[in-house]
Design a protein around this ligand. Structure first.
Ligand SMILES: Cc1ncc(COP(=O)(O)O)c(C=O)c1O
Ligand SMILES: N[C@@H](CCCC[NH3+])C(=O)O
Length: 422
């Protein structure tokens, strides 16, 4: 039986497998908390985007903030993928994984002078510029280096993405992008700047979007602008439509990448923009359902009003439930024959917000392993060391083969940069 949204995760008898690897065995071998990823799931998810765009100029730039582990980046780089980065650190990391800077786009509202210089020297493909002041500084830095920075402006189209307010980015009140009504003026200004080469236009309206309509609304707003900008004599080579496609955590039914892209391309063609290069920046939809977080049940603590299942993973390992009250599936790695009880699954961190799942029906005992599902995106990438907890280990599976791609962090590593005072 396959689990929702995760084609390579299935139960064989009582045991949960990711591809051909038994998860309970991996938990025993590597210890917990442990992230496990299916490489086939990542490649299948990428293939859906590649298929949908075949035959026209395009670049898929994986938004590496979703999961920036080197082996994940390497997997995508080898499959021909580009990358969307948001910091100099991400640039360094993706180059270390073997990517080419010529396939990297640089997003983010707060790029520093140093990061601009680093990205120009590396030769990134495009900067997605988010404000007029950033544009001015980028031009200056480029002139100092004797180059022109390739640029698209990230436009805030002011559409409601219909997602959690913390991950909605395309509304007027958000810090992201240049307001739609100012964009034409900023493009005219950009075209005059000595260190800027205008290349395209960009938007990204939010994350975990489960409907096509907001993408189409944003596209229409962007195409209106493209027409106005080109009428002003400024040529735009590419349309970067951002990321944001959602995944199934529980009962969401987002469109597949193929369906979404087919509808977007139909609109692009109908409006006469079919010749432009199309860029997408998917994050979650490439990696989210490729990963699980394995954890061991430490204690069961039944109570008068609530029953607590205390596990060894915590909010520092997986922040999404604490931060967005996000629902993530939780299932036993090995099913047992016992009546299910309702548990709040919580971690050892000293915060009441440290929960991973509330009111879950589970038949569990101490020592059992649980899998938290759909944890491949914004899981490890957002992990912290709160409570001096070393970050989890990570394993990538390919068929029967399981490779440790990051070893567990030790406590000594956590304070290695610190010094006692005299
Ligand atoms: C600029 C930009 N591009 C792409 C993404 C990727 O988003 P998602 O993981 O929802 O596909 C994000 C994050 O939301 C982003 O901020
Ligand atoms: N971290 C968020 C998504 C943020 C998207 C970043 N632009 C999540 O876990 O859902």
């Amino acid at each position: 039986m396959t689990l929702p949204g995760a084609p390579h995760l299935a139960r064989r008898g009582r045991d949960l497998y990711l591809e051909d690897c038994q998860l309970a065995t991996l938990a025993q071998q590597h210890g917990t908390p442990l992230y496990v990823y299916s490489q086939a799931s990542m490649l299948d998810a990428l293939a859906a985007y590649q298929r949908a765009l075949a035959g026209r100029p395009h670049l898929i730039c994986y938004a590496m903030k979703a999961n920036s582990s080197l082996a994940v980046l390497q997997t995508f780089a080898r499959a021909g993928c580009g990358f969307d980065i948001v910091s100099g650190g991400e640039l360094q990391r993706v180059l270390a994984a073997g990517a080419s800077a010529s396939k990297v786009v640089f997003s983010g509202v707060g790029k520093t002078r140093t990061e601009m210089r680093q990205a120009l020297e590396a030769g990134v493909r495009c900067f997605n510029v988010e404000s007029e002041s950033e544009l001015a500084l980028l031009s200056q830095v480029a002139v100092e280096l004797g180059v022109r920075a390739p640029v698209s402006l990230r436009v805030n189209p002011d559409v409601d993405a219909g997602t959690h307010p913390y991950i909605s980015t395309g509304l007027k009140g958000n810090k992201f992008g240049i307001a739609h009504e100012q964009a034409l003026a900023v493009y005219r200004h950009a075209a005059q700047l000595p260190g800027i080469a205008v290349r395209g236009i960009d938007c990204h309206i939010g994350s975990q979007l489960t409907e096509v309509a907001p993408f189409l609304d944003a596209l229409d707003r962007i195409l209106d602008l493209v027409e106005a900008i080109e009428a002003a004599g400024i040529t735009l080579h590419h349309l970067d439509l951002g990321g944001g496609l959602g995944i199934t955590y529980t009962d969401e039914t987002p469109p597949s990448a193929d369906e979404l892209i087919a509808q977007l391309l139909a609109r692009i063609d109908a409006r006469g923009h079919g010749h432009r290069e199309i860029v997408f920046e998917p994050g979650r939809s490439l990696v989210g359902n490729a990963g699980v977080l394995l954890t061991e049940v430490l204690y069961l603590k039944p109570g008068e009003t609530k029953n607590f299942c205390i596990v060894d993973a915590a909010m520092n390992d997986l922040m999404r439930p604490a931060m967005y009250e996000a629902w993530m599936g939780i299932v036993p790695c090995t099913e047992r024959d016992a009546p299910a009880v309702t548990w709040d699954v919580v971690g050892p961190v000293c915060e009441s917000g440290d929960w991973l799942g509330r009111e879950r029906e589970l038949a569990v005992a101490p020592g059992d392993h649980l899998a938290i599902l759909s944890a491949g995106a914004y899981g490890m990438a957002m992990a912290s060391n709160y409570n001096t907890r070393g970050r989890a280990a990570e394993v990538m599976v390919r068929g029967h083969q399981a490779t440790l791609i990051r070893r567990r962090e030790s406590a000594a590593e956590l304070y290695a940069n610190e010094r006692l005072i005299d």
